[in-house]
Write a protein that binds this ligand. Structure first.
Ligand code: ATP
Ligand code: MG
Length: 571
C-alpha cells in the first residue's frame, strides 16, 4: 500500500457531513468490530469525470480519515461497453488525484461465486428462469400506479429451473432468449422488487474473462454481492441508486450474508456550463467537437489534468462543497476559484505580452542590457528570484495604454508615470501613430534612472505597475486560450428540438501567441505559471516539445464567470 493523501479532504473546519456522522456512530457502536471497508466501483466504460472524483474523494477520504480501507472495484459486468483502455485510465486518474487503493478488484472475478449463489437462490425457490422477451418483461412489470403481473414461467419447478439455468450457462440458448429472475413480488410498491432480472444471455467477449461466459449478471445482482465478498462495511453511492437499496438488502438476506454491507446514498455532483454523463461526453468526442477524452475543455479527470488543474485543488473543492442528500448544481466558478487559490500559492510568476505595443525608452543607452531582479513567487520565498534583461526597447500590452485615459487610470497614458514591473519608472513623451490609418505604432518614453528596485528618490507615488518583456530577447510562444465549452449554464437541458451541440461556444478554444520573457522558452510540459496580470497557464502536455513549449490557459486571474453571468443576465 503506498502513501495516501486523502487527509486533505477533511482539512477544512467544516462540521462533519451526514456520512461522517454515520461512520463515527458506527465506529462508536463497534459495528463490524470497528472495521471500516469502503470501495469505489466504476464501470470501465469511459474515462472518469469530476463527478466520479466526488465519489473517489468521499470513499478514499473516509478510509484515510477513519483508518479504514478502500478498494478499487471495476464493475465490469457489461462487456459490450467495457475496455482495457478505460481500466487503465481510471487507475491513472485515481492515482493522479492522490489516492491509492488497498485492493484492486474486478466484479468479473466474482462470476463463479455469483453463479453459485444464483443456483442457491433457485434451490431456495427465490429465483426462476423466465422466457419472456425484454419487451414482455417490461410490459408485465406494470408501473407506479399499476401492479405488475406474474410471468407465466414463475412457477417452474426447482429442478426445471436448475436444468434451464445450467443450459443458459453452457450456451444452449440464443442471446436474449431467457433470463434468470429473482422471485420477489410483482405487486411491490418498489418497482425494482418486481422480479428483477439477475442474468441475461448476451454473447460478448469480456476484456478479462474472454468468451468463458455467454450470460452476464446485472448491476443489481453483482454489486451488493461484490461488496459482501470484499467485506465492504459502507457502500456509498449516488442518489439514483437509492431505489435499488431494498433489492440490495434482499439479495444479501437471501444468500445469507451475516455481516452485511450497508448502502448509503449522497448527491451527485453537477457543474454549470458543462456536461458530465458519459453519453454526452461520448457525443462530443465521437462527433469531433473536442479532441478526445483528455480535451482540456472537458470535465474528465484526464482533461482537467491536461488543463493544468492540480489534484489538491480538486480535493479542496470537494471538501468545500461538502456532501449532501439533495442534488444541486455547483457553479463552475467555485471549481475555478479552488484552482486559482492553489495555483496562487505554487505557480511560478513570469511575464508575457499578448497584445504587443513597442515602448522605446529614449534616454536608456542603446545596446545596454541591465539585469533586474524579478520575484518568482511572492507567496513562496523559497521560489527565489530570477534576472530579467531590461533594455531600451520593450513590449507592453496595448490594453495598458490609453491616449485619453478615463479617471483613475493607473497605466500608460501621455505624461503619466508608471513602473515597468521589477524595472524602472517610465513616462510617455510621444505617441507615434500611422499617419494614414491612425494606428498606434509606438510609445516613446523617458525613464528615471533613480527608480530601480521599486524605489523612487523623492518618495513620490507611482501607482501603476505594468508588465513587459524585453524586445531583443523575448520569445514568441503559441498559446491556447480556453473558455467554457458551452454558452449556456445547463447544456444537458436545452429547449426541445435543440441539442447540446447547438449551444457549443464557438470560442471555447482560441489559438494565439504571446511574447514571453526569455526563461519561458525552457518551460517543460506540465509546468504551471502565473503570467502576471493575465492568468494561469500550463505548458501543454501534448503540444509542448523540448525547448518549444506550447502554453494553454488554465484560468484567467479573476473570475471570468461572474462576467459571463452578468452578460447572460443583461442580454
Ligand atoms: P456517468 O454515466 O456519469 O459516467 P456512472 O454512474 O454511470 O456515471 P459509474 O462508473 O457507474 O458511472 O460510477 C462509479 C461511481 O461513481 C458510482 O458509485 C457513482 O455513484 C459515482 N458517480 C458517478 N457520477 C457521479 C457524480 N456526478 N457525482 C457523484 N458521484 C458520481
Ligand atoms: Mg454506471
Amino acid at each position: 500500500m503506498s502513501e495516501k493523501h486523502g487527509e486533505s479532504v477533511n482539512e477544512s473546519d467544516k462540521p462533519d457531513n451526514f456520512i461522517e456522522k454515520l461512520i463515527s456512530s458506527d465506529v462508536s457502536a463497534s459495528l463490524s468490530g470497528g472495521r471500516l471497508q469502503f470501495r469505489f466501483p466504476p464501470e470501465p466504460n469511459g474515462y472518469l469525470h469530476i463527478g466520479h472524483a466526488k465519489s473517489i474523494c468521499i470513499n478514499f477520504g473516509l478510509a484515510a480519515r477513519f483508518s479504514g480501507r478502500c478498494n478499487l472495484r471495476f464493475d465490469d459486468t457489461n462487456p459490450s461497453r467495457e475496455e482495457q483502455e478505460y481500466v487503465d485510465s481510471i487507475q491513472d486518474d485515481i492515482r493522479w488525484l492522490g489516492f491509492e487503493w488497498d485492493q484492486l478488484c474486478f466484479a468479473s472475478d466474482y462470476f463463479d461465486q455469483l453463479y453459485q449463489w444464483a443456483t442457491q437462490l433457485i434451490r431456495q425457490g427465490d429465483a426462476y428462469v423466465c422466457d419472456l422477451t425484454g419487451e414482455e418483461v417490461r410490459q408485465y412489470r406494470g408501473n407506479l400506479t399499476e401492479p405488475g403481473r406474474d410471468s407465466p414461467h414463475r412457477d417452474r419447478s426447482i429442478e426445471e429451473n436448475l436444468d434451464l439455468f445450467g443450459r443458459m450457462k453452457s450456451g444452449e440458448f440464443p442471446d436474449g432468449a431467457r433470463t434468470l429472475r429473482a422471485k420477489i413480488d410483482m405487486e411491490s410498491a418498489h418497482i425494482i422488487m418486481r422480479d428483477p432480472v439477475m442474468y441475461r444471455i448476451h454473447r460478448s467477449t469480456h476484456h478479462r474473462t474472454g468468451d468463458t461466459w455467454c450470460m452476464y449478471p446485472t448491476y443489481d445482482w453483482a454489486h451488493g454481492q461484490g461488496d459482501a465478498i470484499e467485506g465492504v462495511t459502507h457502500s456509498l453511492c449516488s442518489l439514483e441508486f437509492g431505489n435499488h437499496r431494498p433489492l440490495y438488502d434482499w439479495f444479501l438476506d437471501k444468500i445469507g450474508i451475516e455481516e452485511q454491507p450497508r448502502q448509503t446514498e449522497f448527491a451527485r455532483l453537477a457543474l454549470s456550463y458543462t456536461v458530465m454523463s458519459k453519453r454526452s461526453l461520448r457525443t462530443l468526442i465521437e462527433d469531433g467537437h473536442v479532441e478526445g477524452w483528455d480535451d482540456p475543455r472537458l470535465p474528465t479527470l484526464s482533461g482537467i489534468r491536461r488543463r493544468g488543474y492540480t489534484p489538491e485543488s480538486i480535493r479542496n473543492f470537494m471538501a468545500g462543497i461538502g456532501v449532501a442528500k439533495f442534488n444541486s448544481t455547483i457553479e463552475y466558478s467555485v471549481l475555478e476559484n479552488s484552482v486559482r487559490d492553489h495555483l496562487n500559492k505554487i505557480a511560478t510568476r513570469r511575464m508575457a505580452v499578448f497584445n504587443p505595443l513597442k515602448l522605446v525608452i529614449e534616454n536608456f543607452p542603446v545596446d545596454l542590457q541591465e539585469m533586474v531582479e524579478a520575484v518568482n513567487n511572492p507567496e513562496d520565498p523559497d521560489a527565489g528570484t530570477r534576472q530579467l534583461p531590461f533594455e531600451r526597447e520593450v513590449w507592453v500590452d496595448r490594453d495598458d495604454f490609453r491616449l485619453e485615459p478615463p479617471r483613475k487610470w493607473r497605466r500608460l497614458a501621455p505624461g503619466a508615470e508608471v513602473r515597468l514591473r521589477y524595472g524602472y519608472c517610465v513616462t510617455v513623451k510621444e505617441v507615434i501613430e500611422d499617419p494614414e490609418s491612425g494606428e498606434l505604432l509606438q510609445l516613446r518614453c523617458e525613464y528615471d534612472p533613480d527608480t530601480a528596485r521599486g524605489q523612487t528618490p523623492d518618495g513620490r507615488k507611482v501607482r501603476g505597475i505594468i508588465h513587459w518583456v524585453p524586445a531583443s530577447c523575448c520569445v514568441e510562444i503559441p498559446v491556447r486560450l480556453y473558455s467554457p465549452l458551452f454558452s449556456v449554464p445547463d447544456p444537458d437541458h436545452v429547449p426541445q428540438g435543440k441539442s447540446l451541440i447547438d449551444f457549443l461556444n464557438p470560442e471555447s478554444l482560441v489559438e494565439t501567441t504571446a511574447l514571453c520573457e526569455p526563461s519561458l522558452a525552457a518551460a517543460s510540459a506540465g509546468d504551471r505559471f502565473q503570467l502576471e496580470r493575465v492568468g494561469y497557464f500550463v505548458a501543454d502536455q501534448k503540444l509542448s516539445k523540448e525547448g518549444a513549449p506550447h502554453l494553454a490557459r488554465i484560468a484567467p486571474l479573476r473570475d471570468s464567470w461572474a462576467k459571463q453571468e452578468k452578460r447572460q443576465a443583461t442580454s
